[in-house]
Design a protein around this ligand. Structure first.
Ligand code: UT7
Length: 367
């Protein structure tokens, strides 16, 4: 059975920074409160033209480049997002097109902030079963577009961004080890976007009552998060045959510094073993774990051979953890970098659209 190794990683954030002081000009809050209660100092907010697929594609190209792969090497694209561009088509398909990943299947996965862990687990299982050799897992969010900028309970928390990992099959030992996924739908009301799905389709009423915005019971989510982060990390380590103290680095979902502190205390691990960067990015939901991982590698906190646990929680309710022995890139078979492929991907997409239009013109629908 092949192992699933993490061989590439990349991240992307929008250009615009929104600081706590900027926020205090639009809602009744202040820098001191936000820093003390969350640990967040600033977040990035998507501007015009920056979308879940554009950020996801940018992160994916960086991950492919690092892994020494081309988009055509991909068998599968799993895009985890709570802010898809449309209900359908899947954001994964928009990214597939932007990458020019002509050999890949693509689908979206919705497990809110736990989505990246779910996606990594699914990607690793596809590799282990032999159904895929090279998988791209993306976490991408533009949740700022679902935030009520008059609700200080939520608008201070979320930021936009994307992160991506490449998983590759190899007989080498290591890579993805034990993982756990959990859910409890009875807590679904604690964190939701009540409208725009099939229960409450967009209407004048949903718009007037703000049902298309994020609604959250922060206290309940907090309570739930502090309980499950410790439990899931223990489970993933145990499934991998590790003791908790063997873990070199925990990369937690970046929601609130106090939640991460509580997890460190619960696990009896020093806080230095936790990667924390929510001060600069806020809560980027499913993108927070890959973004924090990219920075951990850049800062030398994650080296090949290290034992790392990714752990997260989110709406659903969902939670999970995944343990991996950090790998690094495998030898590349290509002479050109994925970045060189970018213009070709654009040409390819345009040509396919023209071809489709021509077919329709010449032969009509279904021709
Ligand atoms: O990916 C998962 C996403 N969600 C989460 O992770 C959320 C988890 N929950 C949390 O992080 C915290 O519950 C919050 C940061 C959302 C809130 O912190 P808290 O310590 O639970 O505050 P609170 O809601 O109990 O509010 C305490 C006080 C209240 O005032 P009073 O009633 O004591 O006078 C709030 O009205 O702070 C007030 N408050 C604020 N003040 C300034 C609430 N939000 C703000 C704000 N600025 N933004």
């Amino acid at each position: 059975m092949p192992n699933a190794h993490i061989t590439g990683w990349g991240m992307s954030v929008p250009a615009k920074v929104l600081t706590n002081s900027d926020l205090s000009k639009i809602v009744a809050t202040n820098d001191e409160w936000i820093r003390e209660r969350t640990g967040i100092h600033q977040r990035y907010i998507a501007g015009e033209g920056e979308t879940s697929s554009s950020l996801g594609t940018d992160a994916a190209f960086k991950a492919l480049k690092l892994a020494g792969l081309l988009p055509t090497d991909l068998d599968l694209i799993i895009c985890s997002t709570s802010s898809p561009e449309y209900i359908f088509p899947a954001t994964a398909c928009l990214i597939q097109d932007r990458l020019g990943a002509s050999n890949a299947g693509a689908f979206d996965l919705l497990a809110a902030c736990s989505g990246f862990i779910y996606g990594l687990n699914m990607g690793a299982q596809a590799i282990r079963s032999g159904s895929a050799k090279t998988v791209l897992v993306i976490g991408t969010e533009t949740l700022s577009r679902f935030v009520n900028w008059e609700d200080r309970n939520t608008c201070i928390l979320f930021g936009d961004g994307a992160g991506a990992f490449i998983l590759q099959a190899s007989e080498k030992p290591g890579g993805v080890m034990g993982s756990v996924m959990h859910s409890d739908g009875s807590g679904g009301d604690y964190l939701s976007i009540p409208a725009s799905g099939s229960t409450n389709p967009a209407s004048e009423i949903t718009l007037r009552t703000g049902m298309h915005f994020i609604h959250m019971d922060g206290k309940e989510v907090f309570r739930f998060a502090t309980r499950v982060m410790t439990q899931a990390t223990h489970e993933a380590a145990q499934k991998s045959g590790w003791k908790t103290e063997d873990i070199n680095l925990v990369v937690p979902h970046q929601a609130n510094l106090r939640i991460i502190d509580a997890a460190a205390r619960g696990l009896k691990l020093p806080i230095e073993k936790f990667m924390i960067n929510l001060d600069r990015y806020g809560n980027t939901s499913t993108a927070s774990i890959p973004i924090a991982t990219v920075e951990a590698v850049q800062n030398g906190r994650l080296q090949p051979g290290d034992k790392v646990v990714f752990v997260g929680f989110g709406a659903g309710l969902t939670w999970g953890a995944l343990a991996a022995e950090w790998s690094g890139p495998l030898p590349s078979e290509h002479y050109i970098s994925a970045e060189w492929y970018k213009p070709w991907a654009r040409v390819r997409s345009t040509l396919r659209r023209i071809w489709r239009a021509l077919e329709e013109l010449l032969f009509g629908r279904g021709g």
